[in-house]
Design a protein around this ligand. Structure first.
Ligand code: A2P
Length: 335
């Protein structure tokens, strides 16, 4: 029988994309429950042509549910984990609450699908910047081990939720008409500006939380504690796709052609690398697309040993970075 599916955070930026992914990918659904805060209860959303009434998320919401997608923040995931477990459902959690828990698999289906099957009731969806960086890196890592990754991100507003996307649009309009605008979600002037990621900075290391997620999650997903990762995470005034400059060093010499040959056959990625037209991955092109776009593939000339590659990627934060990856995890469970 098809599973009963719930989405906690259905009205959010990721939740809306989860509904679309379930629909577009023909996910087998017996019944879909849409859950959000009391503010949204009673609102209707469409799924497969039918109106579904949004319900308030409560402990009783999970009775009869088989798969519960969560994207309403880490606090909500923690608060309802026990209720999901007691209902006998599996939680697929987009928040960071359980990602580094040793009892919780952290899954990118193109990389470690088998991990999803060894869950104890919770499967975590990785951080969006991590997914977008390492989905294209994994097929290279399998051929020629990646020893070190240096990443710089150019992150969109969507990672901070639907309200942040709306705020970017409103703040930009106000900026262009010379009107004052008080931002409530994003802590720095956002239009025509760039700022260090708005997560807490660890005073000891100087790294922000987003950067440390990339460092730790990569090791867990690759199952390789030896991979060395550093990142600088920055938000740019883009609505919904993250871009990243990736520089990595392999165990053995590697050429751009080898990287292209590997990525041409890799799932979930698409090469966009038109040197003559100066056309490379752009968040505008990645928005609304399942694949992570990869280009600017070149030898890193700062490493004379020929073991390093520089490239640039762009991926939809709401899709492969969140909703799509979560739904793909769900597919591993129902298959
Ligand atoms: P709501 O729309 O009713 O506020 P985003 O990541 O785009 O900010 O979305 C967050 C999602 O999490 C929304 O669906 C939001 O519902 C939901 N949410 C936020 N707080 C709560 C809460 N206390 N209980 C249930 N759902 C919540």
């Amino acid at each position: 029988p098809n599973p009963v599916v719930a989405i906690a955070g259905a009205t959010g930026a990721v939740g809306v994309e989860m509904i679309r992914c379930l629909e577009e990918r023909n996910f087998p659904v017996k019944e879909l429950k849409l859950l959000a805060s009391a503010r949204s209860a009673g609102k209707t959303m469409k799924f497969r042509g039918k109106d579904i009434v949004v319900e308030e998320l409560t402990e009783a919401s999970f009775k009869g549910v088989d798969i519960a997608f969560f994207s309403a923040g880490g606090g909500i995931s923690r608060k309802f984990a026990q209720a999901v477990k007691e209902a006998g459902a599996v939680m697929i959690d987009n928040s960071s609450a359980y990602r580094m828990d040793p009892n919780v698999p952290l899954v990118i289906p193109e990389i470690n699908p088998e991990a999803a099957l060894h869950h104890n009731g919770i499967i975590a969806n990785p951080n969006c910047s991590t997914i977008i960086a390492i989905t294209p890196l994994w097929p290279i890592h399998k051929v020629n081990r990646v020893k070190r990754l240096v990443a710089a991100t150019y992150q969109a507003a969507s990672g901070a939720g639907a309200a942040a996307m709306e705020e970017l649009e409103q703040a930009t309009r106000a900026f262009l008409s010379g009107e004052p605008f008080e931002q409530k979600i994003i802590p720095h002037p956002y239009p025509f500006n760039v700022f260090s990621h708005n997560s807490n900075v660890d005073p000891e290391t100087g790294y922000n939380e987003e950067e440390l997620k990339m460092v730790k999650e990569t090791k867990k997903i690759f199952g390789d504690d030896n991979i060395r990762v550093t990142a600088t995470c920055v938000r740019v005034p883009v609505l919904r796709a993250h871009s990243e400059a990736l520089d990595f060093e392999c165990e053995n010499p590697i050429t751009p052609k080898e990287v292209r040959d590997i990525l041409a056959k890799a799932p979930g990625v698409k090469i966009v690398d038109d040197v003559s037209a100066n056309y490379f991955p752009m968040p505008k092109d990645a928005s609304g697309k399942d694949d992570i776009l990869v280009g600017r593939i070149r030898q890193d000339i700062s490493d004379p040993s020929g073991r390093s590659i520089a490239m640039f990627v762009a991926g939809d934060q709401l899709l492969k970075g969140a909703a799509l990856n979560a739904v793909q995890i769900g597919e591993l469970l129902v298959r």
